[in-house]
Design a protein around this ligand. Structure first.
Ligand code: TIU
Length: 228
């Protein structure tokens, strides 16, 4: 059996690639492009764009190896029936989910802004999970997908570190998955919150998981023969 040895914090982690999936969280136009939801909330979306190139490299390697690849998208039904009023009403009218923005209705499924950025467009056959919450396990079939593919380990990438990535890592940990977060492949609208969340994940001997980077994972991948 092939085992990847990955240098990570707080300790190296050994994982079976056959039980490992790459999850790319919410790399959507609404979060990364200048006309989307993130920008509407007053954020500098350029802070997230440094993740695109390393995720592209990782995605190419994962595709070549035949790894399970899961893309997620945060968004809601057109009638917003799956958006709790607490989430909908937290910001003033004009900046709300469902309001019209330059890329269509903000965070609504089927709108341009809801789609994954062109640079990381899913290939045919790759799993795309539409999620109404921040945590990718909430109200989705993510756990069924992972179980069906015998996945135990998640290589976590995407945005934002402190919101959807953090919520998903914490939920994954409670469900018995190893979350391995790639620091150059996750980003926040706040570098301080990004750093704080990574500290929390790896604290206390890896209370929620591990933190590494794409170079370490690519190195582990390159040293191993392809999956049979
Ligand atoms: N606002 C923010 O930082 N993020 C989100 O609302 N969603 C995700 O992180 N995907």
């Amino acid at each position: 059996m092939t085992i990847w040895q990955i240098a990570a914090e707080p300790a190296p982690v050994a994982i079976d690639p056959a039980e490992t999936a790459l999850i790319i969280i919410d790399m959507q136009k609404d979060f990364l492009y200048p006309d989307g939801y993130g920008a509407f909330l007053g954020n500098d979306v350029t802070l997230l764009q440094r993740t695109i190139a390393p995720i592209q490299a990782l995605l190419a390697a994962a595709r070549q190896r035949g790894m399970l690849i899961i893309h997620t998208r945060e968004g809601h039904l057109a009638d917003l029936s799956d958006c709790p009023p607490t989430k909908l009403n937290r910001w003033p009218p004009g900046n709300r989910i469902g309001d019209m923005g330059p890329m269509g209705r903000i965070l609504v499924r089927g709108e341009e802004g809801h789609d994954i950025i062109d640079e990381l467009a899913p290939a045919s056959g790759e799993i795309v999970i539409d999620k109404p919450g921040k945590n990718a396990f909430y109200a989705t079939n993510l756990e069924e997908v992972l179980q069906a593919h015998h996945i135990r380990n998640l290589l976590v990438t995407g945005v934002t570190t402190d919101v959807c990535c953090s919520a998903t890592v914490i939920a994954a940990n409670d469900r018995g998955y190893n979350a391995i977060v790639l620091r150059d492949c996750v980003a926040s609208y706040s570098p301080e919150r990004h750093a704080a969340v990574l500290e929390v994940i790896k604290a206390q001997g890896g209370i929620f998981g591990w933190v590494t980077d794409s170079a370490q994972v690519l190195s582990a991948i390159s040293k191993q023969p392809p999956l049979s």
